[in-house]
Ligand binder design. Structure first.
Ligand SMILES: O=P(O)(O)OC[C@@H](O)[C@@H](O)c1c[nH]c2ccccc12
Length: 263
């Protein structure tokens, strides 16, 4: 069993429990109305989604004790365009409370980073103040992907649709994803290769699609490399969580984009 399979197995149990508990997630919350899509499309610089990531299955503990609201304020100060919060507990040591406290601390769009396989997770995320959810093409077939995508949009939530290879990218096209994340990390092997962004970004020719390069970006050189591939933004976790100078590290990543729109 790959690590992704193990995570998804656990996620099914979590969803069962959520349904059994039967909380009402229909209440409206104070959400930021900022659109990630609009901001990324119009930003002259590379947009950075800075991630709150306490631990991961590939790295173990990264920064378990940090205070998410404090980290989020540093991210905002450093010019982050959005904040991603990992809320999976068994494998990443995050919680939905982490997301709620980030929501309270900053005005930026908040992305819920989790393994979404059911509508109830979108309802719960929305109530905690999420603006954007992650949907992972590798986690389900295209029919289910489309259902969850449409459901999120119907709830006023934007979707970052994550792909790692050509067939997953085809699925993203089929769904009509407006924001595509190219994960440089293979969730089955943990292998990281920025070449994945170069290979797949080339195939995204629609100038109205926002493209984000995810994982393994640690330096200004890395940011420049994926910017050359034509992406609008990057998603960075580990290197910011481990940095002693978060604001400066974040500023370094915001390189100029070669042209304002993707060619
Ligand atoms: O810590 P990194 O290498 O900067 O990566 C951040 C982010 O891309 C990564 O956490 C991630 C990308 N896709 C995911 C899916 C699930 C969990 C985590 C992820």
């Amino acid at each position: 069993m790959t690590i992704l399979d193990q995570i998804l197995e656990k996620k099914k149990e979590e969803v069962q429990t959520l349904k059994q508990i039967g909380l009402d997630y229909s209440l409206n919350v104070n959400q930021s109305s900022a659109s990630l899509y609009d901001h990324f499309m119009n930003n002259k610089q590379l947009s950075v989604i800075a991630e709150i990531k306490r631990a991961s299955p590939s790295k173990g503990d990264i920064n378990v004790g940090m205070e998410p609201s404090e980290q989020a304020k540093l991210y905002e100060l450093g010019g982050a365009s959005a904040i991603s919060v990992l809320t999976d507990t068994p494998f990443f040591k995050g919680t939905m409370n982490d997301l709620a406290s980030v929501r309270q601390a900053v005005d930026l769009p908040v992305l819920n980073k989790d393994f979404v396989i059911d509508e109830i997770q979108i309802d719960r995320a929305r109530q905690a103040g999420t603006n954007v959810v992650l949907l992972i093409a590798a986690a389900m077939d295209v029919t289910r992907l489309n259902e969850l995508y449409q459901y999120a949009v119907s709830q006023g939530i934007e979707v970052l649709l994550e792909v790692h290879n050509e067939s997953e990218l085809e699925a993203a096209f089929e769904v009509g994803a407006q924001i595509i994340g190219i994960n440089n990390r293979d969730l089955k092997t943990f292998n990281v290769d920025l070449g994945v962004t170069e290979r797949l970004a080339e195939r995204i020719t629609d100038p109205t699609t926002v493209v984000v390069s995810e994982s393994g970006i640690k330096s200004r050189e890395d940011a420049e490399r994926v910017t050359q591939a034509g992406v609008h933004g990057i998603l960075v976790g580990e290197s910011l969580m481990m940095s002693g100078t978060v604001v400066e590290s974040l500023q370094e990543l915001q390189v100029e984009r070669p042209s304002f729109t993707r060619q």
